[in-house]
Design a protein. Structure first.
Length: 490
């Protein structure tokens, strides 16, 4: 039986002098169009644009597939690379331009194609792999029937020769999915649940759309984890701790919208906001400390709004300087929480105790690199003088870390990404002397409280803590007046 999608392929034997043309290309394109690349059915969501770019270039230049190659035997690794292309070579020799398309996929290609000369293992195996691969891609006998796909999350480790035109020239970054992409991913992972009536009536496409808006900076794997976590809540309602052998009634299992919301609190995105770390910086909350502090806080919040809405300000850096205990860190943390940015991280010296200079620099760079993957991000550099290992005697500090910070503070994020960097310091004169202060676009002075502001603040704090009766609050606030104003501010 023939249908409108049926096609007939004629093949000539190798000994025949007949050459059949203009049929295999049509068959191959029909396969790709109607069978192989229905992304939704393959469980791939949110990557339509990326795949369109890959296959537009791939089919125009007829490039193609493959496994892993490393071996413990000398010379065996290079042979494995050659074996990957053996079928394609044989096919091209016998069938010429009519040969099939061969696809070779390298997962974690950075593990075998590191930059030549970067390893010190003494064997030179990784250098040989790169040389062998380059020869097969565009050497003297380069193949026209191979599509080579490499996947990595460390593009910086790859040898530059691999990324030149004619080799791995189509380079597509698979970034975090946007809201539509997250919705597609959630639909894919809940499709079977919906077909088998495991979703409660309050969970529908619109509800999932609301959930997708709440899953900012969630990756595909993390969204899958959200769905699995929601299912675990539904299953937990059917379990009886008194009788674990009790049979679960599958018909009564329903995953509700509340299960999804609980799962969102349980599954934290790797590129999300560090809410717990920020909350620790302001354990007692924020109180009205007078006009001066309120003015600085509003100006900093205004800068965050500028980063959020302005296309001409992809990078804004602000430095909060003032005496120790004046509330700089608490103010920066409050801005990070109140801004509602999807990515907020705090870099502090306490998270780098025991690390070498190089390790500290690498950790700081990683935070910035992760921030570049988010459309909106805030980074808080807390106590910069501590990050620089500053000691007044000498003075002594880490020049390597200071140079790293100055470079990162002036480096613009990628196109379409906006970033706000908030730094805090109690040693402004030191930062000015080493040039770090000049890397910030705005500097605000956060003063200690005046006497009258301190009285008001202490009274409000004691009222919030509710540790004194209403009659004793005034007396307790008066007793605190003998302390320095910054001792009880935040």
């Amino acid at each position: 039986m023939l249908s409108e999608d049926s096609y007939i392929v004629f093949e000539a034997s190798n000994s025949s002098g007949i050459k059949i043309v203009n049929q295999r290309e049509a068959a191959s394109s029909n396969i790709f169009k109607h069978k192989e690349f229905n992304l939704q059915s393959l469980g791939i969501g949110g990557l339509s644009n990326e795949f369109a770019d890959i296959f537009r270039r791939a089919f125009a230049s007829r490039i193609v597939n493959g496994p892993e190659v490393l071996s413990k035997f000398v010379g065996e690794t290079e042979k494995n690379v050659r074996d990957l292309f053996a079928d394609a070579e044989q096919d091209q020799k016998t069938r010429g331009d009519q040969s099939d398309l061969h696809v070779i996929i390298f997962d974690e290609i950075d593990a075998i194609c590191k930059s030549r000369g970067s390893t010190r293992d003494g064997t030179g195996v990784h250098d040989s792999i790169v040389n062998q691969l380059l020869t097969k891609i565009d050497g003297v006998e380069a193949l026209n029937n191979v599509l080579l796909i490499g996947m990595t999350n460390r593009k910086d480790l790859l040898d530059e020769a691999l990324l030149r035109p004619g080799r791995l020239e189509v380079q597509v970054e698979i970034s975090l999915p946007d809201e539509n992409g997250r919705l597609q991913i959630l639909q894919i992972h809940t499709n079977k649940m919906k077909e088998n009536s495991f979703l409660a009536p309050d969970v529908n496409l619109q509800e999932l759309g609301v959930t997708a808006a709440r899953t900012k900076n969630y990756s595909g794997a993390e969204l899958e984890g959200v769905v699995k976590s929601a299912v675990s809540y539904a299953l937990n309602r059917q379990l009886s701790l008194d009788d674990l052998t009790k049979t679960i009634d599958e018909e009564s299992i329903k995953v509700t919208m509340e299960d999804f919301l609980n799962a969102l609190h349980e599954v934290i995105p790797a590129f999300g906001a560090s809410t717990d770390d920020l909350e620790r910086c302001r354990l007692n909350g924020i109180v009205d400390c007078g006009q001066r502090h309120d003015h600085i806080f509003k100006r900093t919040m205004l800068l965050s709004e500028q980063v959020k809405v302005s296309r001409g300000s992809p990078l804004v850096t602000v430095l909060l300087e003032g005496p120790s205990g004046s509330g700089k860190t608490a103010m920066a943390a409050t801005v990070g929480i109140g801004s509602d940015f999807p990515y907020v991280k705090i870099i502090s010296a306490e998270s780098m105790i025991g690390l070498s200079e190089g390790s500290k620099c690498a950790q700081i760079v990683k935070v910035f690199e992760d921030a570049y993957k988010s459309t909106l991000s805030i980074i808080v550099l807390d106590d910069i003088e501590r990050l620089l290992e500053y000691v007044a005697i000498g003075p002594r500090f880490s020049n390597l870390i200071s140079q790293t910070l100055m470079v990162l503070l002036k480096r613009l994020p990628p196109k379409g990404k906006n970033m706000l960097v908030i730094g805090t310091t109690s040693e402004l004169s030191f930062l000015e002397s080493v040039g770090v202060c000049d890397a910030f676009s705005v500097t605000y002075h956060v003063p200690t409280l005046k006497t009258e502001d301190a009285k008001k603040a202490s009274f409000k704090v004691l009222q919030q803590l509710k540790v004194f009766s209403e009659d004793d609050v005034d007396a307790a606030a008066e007793a605190l007046n003998d302390l320095q104003p910054n001792c009880f501010l935040w």
